[in-house]
Design a binder for this molecule. Sequence first.
Ligand code: ACO
Length: 328
Amino acid sequence: MAAAATLRGTGSYVPEQVITNRDLERIVDTSDEWIVSHTGMRERRIAGPEQATSDLATVAAQRALADADLTPADIDFVICTTITPDMAFPATACIVQANLGIKAPAFDLTNGCTGFIYGLTVADSFVRAGAYRNVLVISADCLTRITNWTDRSTCVLFGDAAGAAVVSPCEAGYGVLAHELGSLGELGDLLLIPAGGSRVRLTPRLLEQNMETMSMNGPELYKVAVRMVPELAERVVVQAGLQMSDVDLVVMHQANQRIMDAAARRLDLPNGRVYSIIEKYGNSSASTVPLALDLAYHEGRIKSGDHVLLLGFGAGFTLGGAVIRWTK
Ligand code: ACO
């Protein structure tokens, strides 16, 4: 049994090609002003035609391994959280595992934008139980492959990215102090892909209607997130034995700047306490949390001993939070 588990290393990757709001103005009836004022987004990244989710995931994982000062031979388990696997099967985690030459079990976890918090929770449990020592958790998505480019209410929001972390044993009192996961399946129709699964087979007619792309009730999701995420945040901070004022940085799923601002207000957090990268990268599903965490750490926004609160929400409807006492 390990006393505790922490993020020993983090890494991330974003594709080179940028789509700006001006680019989107040429595709749908929208404006830079509308997108910035309603979402806070100015740019997002798009994977190249030859890149699949596993390619983004592999680079992020290599960077997390280097940051952790570990090699593929040190990894005992691979978890990949994605809603855009390279293909229905095999699991994208197995593809990444093969790419990196890791000899360890691997599986995918599908939980939309909450994927990283779910993956981290599984990894933390594996490590603390002593079942596996170094667990690689990767969140990667090419959301632009499941975007309806004729729907202005969704296509301006999404981008492609990957983030990864190696979860390993650490001394007691550090690392993951608490986590909470939630799932409200009754709200599943707020965000889904209508066809292409075992319920509705994809036909040429449904393809013409873009039924293989994301369909979202944005305003309702907004209301649910603004209410439920701060409530969960308060619970998980108490579970960690802390008060909200002890939290040095909040790294939250980057769905909309207005959701982050509303959560900050509800939690009475001062300006800048909720880290945001939404302006440059948009919403890349579960990747937003590990990408933001990696960027925040390498910018010097997180130091050893800091308390970091991770928050996620997304398709399912699922939500999750974790408190980490950073040690590196
Ligand atoms: N450009 C210009 N106008 C637009 C655009 C656009 N891109 N999109 C919508 N509009 C229009 C609508 O047509 C509507 O016009 P109308 O009043 O004439 O009918 C008006 O703007 C307002 O539309 P709303 O949908 O009510 O806009 P809202 O202010 O709610 O913002 C948004 C929409 C940004 C999607 C917001 O609801 C949101 O961020 N919701 C949460 C999304 C989210 O959290 N997703 C999470 C998970 S994502 C994942 O898991 C992959």
